[in-house]
Design a protein around this ligand. Structure first.
Ligand SMILES: Cc1ncc(COP(=O)(O)O)c(C=O)c1O
Length: 390
């Protein structure tokens, strides 16, 4: 079955007892047992729940993996995976432009337990080969990255890691399983913040891990049960409902983002546009190879500095100034003071999260309204700059 069919029908069938077309919400913490230890496959909802497990199974199908696990957030998925795979003394190779919360967890928490994260520019796979040490326990990638929309050659890096017997993980949140499937490229584990495109409606926080095969299945199941960062059935049901339209929504996000990226690139109030779907993106060829389209996220450097960026953020009307991304509504944010505030200011400058950088999550509103909104906000910035110069 094709993606859009699978998203609706995989593991989702009319209920044989009632005929209900939609999977029920099993809002229960526990399950009756026929005899001590004899049950129908579920005993306690931290360790498994039919609604949560359906979401996990659909996600595994959509990513081409064998097992799926759902969590209370993307960070919950990350923490559980790290607990499952690392021991003191291990070394983690991680991209230098990852989500701020991933940066915070690995530098401020994981490092307390003797696990050393090493941040490297993975746009050149050779940097990964050179940085591998005998104690390297994982190569962790994000592609496209948040917020600079850099890509890494997932297949090339997975091949290098495999040669050294090191597991790989890709945070596939920005692309979603509709645009990119890292497991097909040789990756062992896919991580999602389902809060974003998968849920798609900015009404639920969640995360997921998808495993290629059985290798890490038992250890992941054990840690999922032991750590308890599990989602509740209602959140999982909402995510499952959102997931049914992922393909349709991504088509709309991608078409509008491409149109807006072209518009912004041609505008003289904008210094740089970062969008993998634009031929001017330095890794456009790689994007065409490993992604089905450019995605719904755009970052720009506005002409000027923080003052101009702040003016722009205050001037938009259809875009909402808010963290997060991937919902039907367009959002806009300032990474340096919002999503990436926890990144050391020196590191922020080094990797390019400048004070004039703005990140847009393009929603599925009418693109003409989105374009008009950006146009009037850019005009407001240039009129303020002109007035200041007089
Ligand atoms: C790329 C990426 N990965 C992971 C996360 C963490 O997900 P959550 O907020 O669901 O914990 C985020 C959140 O913004 C993200 O953007």
């Amino acid at each position: 079955m094709q993606f859009k069919t699978l998203a609706i029908h995989s593991h989702q069938h009319p209920d044989p007892v009632t005929g209900a077309v939609i999977n029920p919400i099993y809002q229960t913490s526990t399950f009756a047992q026929e005899d001590a230890g004899v049950h129908k496959g579920w005993d306690y909802s931290r360790c498994g729940n039919p609604t949560v497990d359906t979401l996990a199974a659909v996600l595994a199908d959509l990513e081409g993996g064998k097992h799926g696990y759902c969590f209370s957030s993307g960070v919950g998925a990350l923490v559980t995976m790290c607990n499952a795979l690392f021991k003191p003394g291990d070394h983690l190779l991680i991209g230098d432009d990852v989500y701020g919360g991933t940066f915070r967890y690995t530098t401020k928490v994981l490092s307390k337990y003797g696990i050393e994260p090493k941040f490297i520019d993975m746009t050149d796979p050779q940097n990964v080969e050179k940085a591998i040490r005998p104690n390297t326990r994982m190569v962790y990638m994000e592609s496209p990255t948040n917020p600079l929309l850099k890509l890494v050659d997932i297949a090339a890096i997975a091949k290098i890691a495999q040669k050294h017997n090191i597991p790989t993980c890709v945070d596939n949140t920005f692309a979603s399983p509709y645009l990119q499937n890292p497991i097909e490229m040789g990756v062992d584990i896919v991580l999602h913040s389902t809060t974003k495109y998968i849920g798609g409606h900015s009404d639920v926080v969640g995360g997921a891990l998808i495993l290629k095969d059985d290798t890490y299945n038992e250890v992941m199941r054990f840690h999922r049960n032991t750590i308890g960062a599990n989602p509740d059935p209602f959140n999982s049901w909402l995510t499952l409902r959102g997931l049914k339209t992922l393909g349709l929504r991504m088509d709309a996000h991608c078409a509008s983002a491409l149109e807006l990226a072209r518009f912004l690139e041609a505008h003289d109030g904008v210094e740089t546009v970062f969008y993998p779907g634009l031929p001017s993106h330095p890794q456009h060829a790689l994007a065409s190879k490993q992604m089905r389209a450019g995605g719904g996220m755009i970052s720009i450097r506005i002409k000027g500095g923080e003052a101009e960026a702040r003016k722009f953020l205050k001037s938009v009307n259809v875009f909402t100034l808010a963290e997060s991304l991937g919902g039907v509504e367009s959002l806009i944010e300032h990474p340096a003071t919002m999503t990436h505030l926890s990144v050391d200011p020196k590191v922020r400058q080094e990797i390019g999260i400048t004070d004039n950088l703005i990140r847009l999550s393009v929603g599925i509103e009418d693109v003409a309204d989105l374009k008009a909104d950006l146009e009037q906000a850019l005009k407001a910035v240039s009129s303020t700059a002109k007035a200041a110069a007089v």
